[in-house]
Ligand binder design. Structure first.
Ligand code: SF4
Length: 324
């Protein structure tokens, strides 16, 4: 049976998000994913090289007000060793993620990017807000992609949760990245206090407006050492619905099964691949740092880069998809 064309404006998205039975939309999102992205699942390595952060995002365990967080910075040698191991294990992309840590200047990041590019891997940065000139410099050093989630498209919720920044500047950064030729990734959380279905519709439409190439959509998970510690976690079902609608709105985008979804929803990390997702990231951050990169509480197994990659490849094949 053919579906009527879907209305994906703000009103239409709100109506779809609230549907009692979402299964026809999941099927449609899966078809669109297959037609536009094929059956591959891209596996990307992520190294969390510093958990120092100068910002105070109220949902994040790494915010600078959390004095219980054990801070670390990996040395350039440790980062490069980790990158080499990831390349040898078959990864084609390394995501370099950190808090906003001024120790890692654009010059230092640039040197690391140049070295990592020698492995043949693409480099994605996820290091927060920077001036245009810094993004331009990092691009000239070989950075391919940049991830910077907008987190919420509602300026009031944004202001409440981010005492150190504005939604306007966040969007300015994303537009700068896009104009510099980065593959630009944004994303948002489901379940932030004060969020409504209208907010989620606005989040999806902001991805479209920016022209994002990638979007990480995951559930909010409360961290016990943050001001949001007593708030309920975001809904897994609503997260999956938002991912499916992102696929319909932006058919060519890369949509990861976010780590937060895997942590909060267990098997949902598998399900999400039938809802429109086509990317997964795996931490290659060495022990003991891995457990200390705690945006939200989670338990991670000991790092074994080749074994984890092989395991993930088997899981993806078992879903009838092709690991890349
Ligand atoms: S979300 Fe990012 S910028 Fe905000 S406190 Fe956490 S690590 Fe820092």
């Amino acid at each position: 049976m053919r579906m009527e064309p879907l209305n994906l404006d703000r009103k239409g998205l709100v109506k779809l998000l609230a549907l009692p039975d979402f299964s026809p939309i999941y099927r449609k999102a899966d078809q669109v994913r297959a037609a536009h992205k094929g059956d591959t699942v891209q596996i990307r390595a992520i190294v969390e090289f510093s958990n120092y952060c100068r910002r105070q995002c109220r949902y994040c365990g790494l915010n600078c007000k959390n004095t219980t967080a054990e801070r670390y910075r990996m040395t350039p040698e440790e980062i490069l060793a980790c990158a080499n191991m990831a390349a040898e294990a078959g990864y084609r992309t390394l995501v370099m993620q950190s808090g906003e840590d001024p120790y890692f200047t654009p010059q230092l990041l640039g040197e690391l990017i140049r070295e990592i590019k020698k492995t043949g891997m693409a480099v994605t940065l996820s290091c927060g807000e920077m001036p245009y000139a810094a993004y331009a410099y990092l691009k000239s050093c070989g950075a391919d992609r940049y991830l910077l989630k907008h987190e919420t498209a509602d300026p009031e919720i944004y202001a409440r949760l981010h005492p150190c920044g504005t939604l306007e500047n966040r969007v300015r950064c994303l537009c700068d990245l896009k104009s510099l030729g980065y593959e630009t990734g944004s994303g948002f959380m489901i379940g932030l206090p004060g969020q409504t279905l209208e907010t989620i519709a606005d989040d999806l439409l902001l991805l479209e407006k920016i022209g994002c190439d990638m979007a990480g959509i995951g559930p909010f998970i409360p961290h016990p050492q943050t001001p949001l510690k007593g708030c309920p976690a975001g809904s897994i079902e609503l997260t999956k619905r938002a991912v499916a609608l992102a696929r319909l709105l932006l058919p060519d985008i890369n949509l990861p099964a976010t780590t937060a979804l895997g942590v909060a929803g267990g098997e949902s990390e598998n399900d999400i691949f039938s809802c429109g997702a086509n990317v997964i990231m795996r931490k290659v951050t060495p022990d003991p740092y891995k457990q200390k990169y705690e945006i939200y509480p989670a338990h991670f197994e000991k790092t074994d880069i080749p074994a984890e990659r092989a395991f993930l490849e088997r899981r993806i094949r078992a879903l009838g998809r092709i690991p890349l």
